[in-house]
Design a protein around this ligand. Structure first.
Ligand SMILES: [Zn+2]
Length: 291
């Protein structure tokens, strides 16, 4: 059974880049006779903007992107995460880390903008200092391969590219990776269609799934929409919200961006008709030729 999901962060309105991801994951699910679920990633309270979740759902409805089941809010899954935190502490190779940002800097190597944690607290944990995070003790080497539907196998050694990553904070809040994996497990997500900016997250999540004995979903990483400076569209770099007065145009533009070649007759069709066409003619092969 195909179950897909779209997981926006309620930090602002959806921009064209997030619409492309939503339409890509929707069409991939519908083409394959699957269900499409919305998950609101609202664990990071500092990033949450009041009302943004309702605004996102309203935008999806205006575009005719109707979801199955009730949207899942991560902030409402805390007791489920706590159960898993206890299991992780007992059964898995997790260790406490007391590194402050300053110590992290001292004990990490920076590669391509990422801090590669050295595993300092595995051997030098100080009980005098407060625990800040709990990290997953990676096996060495930690080579992991995921199969992307478009790009084929992608291999990374997490010991080289990430180091022991955080699975939950001292207060028990799961990291983005852990929460995502636990939700995918509970919801039975079989396919994750997301932007290529999350490719490296997918690899970390696949490692967590391996450790926890959970199945890794199939992945399709979509090309990213960038602005004229070549930066990924994001709420941080002030991407403009989409124009909901012309939903058909937004959908057609997203399909064109995804190389789905909607026929010109569709420009006068309704959103529903366009999405029906796109769901029936969804073509994954176009993602194979792109880099
Ligand atoms: Zn540490």
């Amino acid at each position: 059974m195909y179950v897909g999901r779209f997981a926006p962060t309620p930090s602002g309105p959806l921009h064209f880049g997030s619409i492309v991801t939503a339409i890509g994951s929707y069409c991939d699910a519908k083409f394959n006779g699957g269900r499409w679920i919305i998950r609101i990633d609202d664990l990071d309270e500092e990033r949450n903007v009041s009302g943004a979740d309702r605004n996102i759902l309203h935008t999806l409805e205006c575009l005719g992107l109707y979801w199955d089941d009730q949207p899942i809010y991560q902030s409402q899954q805390k007791s489920y995460y706590e159960d898993w935190r206890d299991v992780l502490k007992k059964k898995y190779d997790i260790y406490p880390c007391s590194c402050s940002r300053k110590t992290l800097r001292e004990h990490s190597v920076i590669k391509g903008g990422d801090w590669i944690y050295s595993g300092h607290c595995k051997t030098h944990f100080s009980k005098q200092k407060p625990i800040r995070n709990h990290r997953l003790n990676l096996r060495q080497p930690c080579t992991i391969t995921i199969n992307d539907i478009g790009q084929g196998p992608i291999t990374e050694d997490l010991c080289v590219t990430s180091g022991d990553f955080v699975v939950f904070k001292a207060d028990g809040t799961p990291s983005y990776h852990l929460a995502s994996v636990l939700d995918d497990y509970r919801l039975g997500i079989s396919h994750v269609v997301r932007g290529r900016d999350l490719l490296r997250s997918s690899i970390r999540q696949a490692e967590l799934q391996r450790v926890l004995g959970q199945l890794t979903p199939s992945f399709l990483h979509l090309p990213l929409v960038t602005n004229e400076k070549g930066q990924k569209l994001s709420k941080q770099n002030k991407a403009v919200p989409i124009n909901l007065k012309v939903p058909q145009k937004v959908i057609i533009n997203a399909l064109k961006f995804l190389s789905q070649n909607p026929p010109s007759e569709l420009s006068s069709a309704s959103s529903e008709e366009i999405l029906n066409w796109a769901s029936e003619h969804w073509d994954r092969s176009v993602f194979q030729s792109k880099d």
